[in-house]
Design a protein around this ligand. Structure first.
Ligand SMILES: Nc1ncnc2c1ncn2[C@@H]1O[C@H](COP(=O)(O)OP(=O)(O)OP(=O)(O)O)[C@@H](O)[C@H]1O
Length: 231
């Protein structure tokens, strides 16, 4: 489903990403971890054609992301608040996306109903501009937007960051539910080892731009990651 080959990103002399090969099959919940500056966001940004690689390529469903727009129809992403339209309210933003995705009003309502618990009555019907939302609520709007339009692949950068503990648990449940019902391929970067090991089928550890572990055994994930991060 997703294929990364000989991917390199260099800023002047510094190589910040160097991934020889990475294959992510359909429906996998793929977790990406690594210390600050390891290259997680850079990898996601290149995979979404937001940043050009120095060399190598990324394919989503057989299409080179830098050469075609086809993959965008089936890909959702929330990396940061720059992806939102901050001058709109959340309702206006969802309505705008509804039109872009060609959904009916009932489809949009059904989509937003999946987020009732996560939104906790703070997002919809509030007449508050997105720019005035708290960081956690911004994230919730972005995640709901990323999942709109029945995507096959969804990228989430640090989805648990800035969420209160109840919202973290609700988001975890939501991702597991979506994974179960829609067979979405999730790519999730996180510093939260507990959450990421709980929801992901596989965890890749980046260090200075290189993949140094590719963990698939649930039982070993936490132990290996704790050993690496805590020592
Ligand atoms: N535009 C840029 N110019 C120069 N260096 C950059 C640029 N963007 C990213 N980098 C560098 O690339 C490296 C990887 O950064 P990246 O943001 O991908 O890491 P990360 O793993 O997402 O980190 P964090 O956990 O802190 O979010 C860092 O050393 C960063 O300083």
């Amino acid at each position: 489903m997703i294929s990364v080959k000989n991917l390199k990103k260099q800023y002047k002399e510094t190589v910040v990403l160097d991934v020889e090969s990475l294959e992510i099959p359909k429906s996998e919940c793929f977790g990406l971890v690594g210390n600050n500056g390891a290259g997680k966001t850079t990898l996601f940004r290149i995979m979404l054609d937001l940043v050009r690689a120095t060399s190598g390529n990324v394919e989503i469903s057989g299409t080179d992301v830098s050469k075609s727009e086809e993959w965008k129809k089936t890909t959702g992403a929330y990396l940061d608040e720059h992806m939102l339209l901050s001058y709109l309210t959340a309702d206006e933003y969802f309505e705008t996306l509804r039109k872009i995705y060609g959904l009916s009003e009932a489809d949009l309502q059904a989509h937003l109903d999946r987020f009732t618990e996560l939104f906790n009555d703070e997002i919809v019907g509030k007449k508050k501009y997105i720019r005035d939302l708290s960081k956690g609520n911004l994230k919730k709007v972005g995640i709901a937007a990323a999942l709109m339009g029945n995507p096959e692949v969804v990228f989430l950068d640090e989805p648990f960051e800035n969420l209160d503990p109840s919202s973290q648990v609700r988001l975890k449940k939501l991702i597991l539910r979506e994974k179960e019902s829609s067979q979405i391929t999730f790519l999730i970067s996180s510093h939260d080892l507990n959450h990421v090991t709980e929801i992901c089928d596989r965890i890749v550890l980046l260090e200075k731009g290189k993949i140094i572990r590719d963990l698939r055994e649930k039982a070993e994930m936490m132990r290996e990651l704790e050993e690496y991060f805590v020592g």
